[in-house]
Ligand binder design. Structure first.
Ligand SMILES: C[S@@+](CC[C@H](N)C(=O)[O-])C[C@H]1O[C@@H](n2cnc3c(N)ncnc32)[C@H](O)[C@@H]1O
Length: 480
C-alpha cells in the first residue's frame, strides 16, 4: 500500500512541531544515496572538549519497545493487536506499530475509529518506499545472488517474513476493527511487511541506554567508512548527533556515521542495500549441514541449538575461520560422543550430551575445546578442517558456475535494476576472492596437520553404536 510521501523540504516543519532541532545542518537529496545530512556552515570539533551537537531529538520521539508499550496505553485497539500479535521481540513490536502508522498515514482523510495519530504517523511519510535490500529485489534480481552467501540467507528471510505476515493476518483477522482496517480492504500486502522490515533494518540504531531504537531525523544520516559524526544519548533526555573530535567540516559537506566497521559486504547489502567499496571488513558466513548419513545428525542439531555456520574472514591477508558446529559434526560415538534423553523431577524430558562419559550439554557449542585432550586430537582436527575446506570449495564452485551479472543475456539484465546488478557483481567479486584465498589456506592447513600414518580413507561418520531409533526420535521433538 503506497502511503502519501512528503518531500524532505517539509521535514524542518515537522521537526519544529516536534521539538527536534537541527544545529547548522540540513537535510538534502544526494546522488545515489537518497537523502542525507549536510553542513549549513563551516564546523569544527578541533580542540574542544564538548563536540558540537548537530541534531537533538527528544526522547519522546524515539521509537523502541518501551515507546510502543506507552503508545499501546493510549490506544486500546492497538494494545489488543500487540497482545495477540506482538511481544516476541523489540523488532516485531516496532514493525506492528509501523504497520498501523502506515495504514493511518494512507487514510488521513478517511474517518477511522482505529488508531491514535502521533508524530510517527506523519514522520513515516518522509521514509523511502523503496529500499534496495535484496528482500525487495525482483526474482530476476535475486538470481544474480546465486552462489553468494546471500542466496540462501535472502530466501530464508523472505520465507520467515511471509510466515510472520501470515501469522499477523491470521491472528488479527479475529478482531473486527483490525480486520476492517488491515485486511477487508486489502490495505496491507506482504510487500508492505517486507518494506517495513527493510526500513527497520536499514534505519535502526543501537542506543547506549535505550537499546534498539528508530530515531527520526538521525535516521536520515548516511554511512561512511570515515565517518565525521556519531550518535549518543545525553543527560537531557535527548538522542543527539555529535561531530567527532578533531573533525573540521565545510558548508555543504555531508555528515556521516558508521553503520558498523566490522560488517561484511553481504551484511551491508542485506541490511542496507549497498556495498561500500572502501570498506575493509572481508568476511562471509556460510550455512553448514550435518553429514546426510550421520545417524546422530538430528540430535547434534538439537543439542547445538542454533543454525550451524562457518565464519571466514581475511584480515591483513591472513585467513581465519570458525565453525563450532563442524567440531560437533565430526565426532561420533566411537570417539566418545553420546546423547541421552533424561527426565527431570517434573517429568520434562531433556536431551543431554555426553563426551567421554561426562555431561557436556552446556558446552555443546565448544567441542573445539573438548577434543583438545583426546588421544586422536590430530585426526579429529583433520576431519574438521576437511569438512570446512570442502564446504568452502563447494561454495566457490557454485559461485563460479553461476552466471555473473554482466555475462547475462541483454534480455535478462533488462529486467534488473543497474544498482542491483552492480551490487551483486561486487559481492560476487569480493566473496570469490575470499573463498579462493581460504580454500588455498585450508589446503595448506590440511597438509600441515596431516599426521604421518593416518588412515584417511575411513569414513568420517559411521553408524556404529549410535543413538537408537527411539531415543533419536525423542530428541528430535525437544525444543531448545
Ligand atoms: C539510515 S538510512 C539513511 C537515509 C537515507 N539515505 C534516506 O534517504 O532516507 C540508510 C539508507 O541510506 C542509504 N545509504 C546510506 N549510506 C549510503 C552510502 N554510503 N552509499 C549508498 N547508500 C547509502 C541506503 O539506502 C541505506 O539503506
Amino acid at each position: 500500500m503506497p502511503w502519501p510521501g512528503l518531500p524532505v523540504d517539509a521535514l524542518p516543519a515537522w521537526a519544529l512541531l516536534n521539538a527536534a532541532v537541527f544545529h547548522d545542518v540540513k537535510i538534502a537529496t544526494l546522488d545515489g544515496r537518497g537523502c542525507g545530512l549536510v553542513c549549513d556552515r563551516n564546523l569544527s570539533a578541533d580542540g574542544t572538549h564538548d563536540p558540537p551537537t548537530l541534531l537533538s531529538v527528544p526522547h519522546s520521539l524515539v521509537l523502541n519497545a518501551k515507546a510502543v508499550e506507552e503508545y499501546a496505553k493510549e490506544d486500546r485497539n492497538f494494545k489488543h493487536l500487540l497482545d495477540i500479535a506482538g511481544h516476541n521481540s523489540t523488532r516485531d513490536d516496532i514493525l506492528l506499530f509501523l504497520l498501523v502508522q502506515m495504514v493511518l498515514a494512507s487514510r488521513a482523510h478517511q474517518s477511522s475509529v482505529v488508531g491514535v495519530s502521533n508524530p510517527w504517523t506523519e514522520y513515516i511519510k518522509f521514509l523511502p518506499q523503496e529500499v534496495l535490500v535484496p528482500t525487495l529485489w525482483t526474482e530476476d534480481e535475486r538470481l544474480l545472488l546465486k552462489g553468494t552467501s546471500l542466496e540462501s540467507a535472502v530466501n530464508a528471510k523472505i520465507t520467515a517474513l511471509t510466515a510472520e505476515f501470515d501469522k499477523i493476518q491470521e491472528t488479527s483477522s479475529d478482531i473486527p476493527c483490525w480486520n476492517d482496517l488491515l485486511w477487508q480492504s486489502r490495505a496491507v500486502s506482504l510487500r508492505d511487511w517486507i518494506l517495513l522490515d527493510a526500513l527497520y533494518r536499514s534505519r535502526c540504531l543501537e542506543l547506549p541506554t535505550s537499546g534498539e531504537s528508530m530515531v527520526p531525523c538521525i535516521d536520515m544520516v548516511n554511512h561512511s567508512t570515515s565517518p565525521n559524526a556519531f550518535y549518543d544519548e545525553n543527560g537531557k533526555d535527548e538522542t543527539v548527533l555529535l561531530l567527532r573530535p578533531g573533525i573540521t567540516m565545510s558548508a555543504g559537506d555531508e555528515v556521516t556515521i558508521s553503520y558498523g566497521e566490522a560488517k561484511s559486504a553481504a551484511e551491508m547489502l542485506f541490511s542496507y542495500g549497498f556495498i561500500d567499496p572502501d570498506a575493509t571488513a572481508e568476511s562471509l558466513v556460510l550455512t553448514l549441514a550435518p553429514f546426510p548419513d550421520d545417524p546422530l545428525a538430528r540430535a547434534k542439531l538439537v543439542a547445538f541449538g542454533e543454525p550451524p555456520k562457518i565464519h571466514v574472514a581475511r584480515n591483513n591477508g591472513s585467513i581465519q575461520w570458525e565453525s563450532s558446529f563442524a567440531y560437533l559434526m565430526c565426532v561420533n560415538e566411537e570417539d566418545g560422543l553420546d546423547f541421552r534423553v533424561l527426565q527431570d523431577t517434573e517429568g520434562n524430558r531433556q536431551l543431554r550430551v555426553f563426551w567421554q562419559d561426562e555431561d557436556v550439554t552446556d558446552q555443546a557449542a565448544d567441542f573445539e575445546s573438548l577434543i583438545q585432550s583426546h588421544e586422536l586430537f590430530a585426526l579429529l582436527r583433520l576431519r574438521v578442517v576437511t569438512v570446512v575446506q570442502e564446504r568452502l570449495q563447494d561454495q566457490l564452485d557454485r559461485l563460479k558456475s553461476s552466471p555473473a551479472p554482466r555475462s547475462l543475456p541483454a534480455s535478462d539484465i533488462s529486467t534488473t535494476r543497474d544498482e542491483c546488478a552492480r551490487a551483486a557483481s561486487l559481492l560476487r567479486q569480493i566473496e570469490t576472492s575470499i573463498l579462493e584465498a581460504s580454500t588455498e589456506a585450508l589446503e595448506k592447513e590440511v597438509s600441515g596437520i596431516h599426521p604421518a600414518g593416518l588412515f584417511l580413507a575411513s569414513p568420517i561418520i559411521q553408524g556404529g553404536n549410535c543413538l537408537d531409533a527411539s531415543s533419536a526420535q525423542d530428541s528430535s521433538n525437544l525444543k531448545q
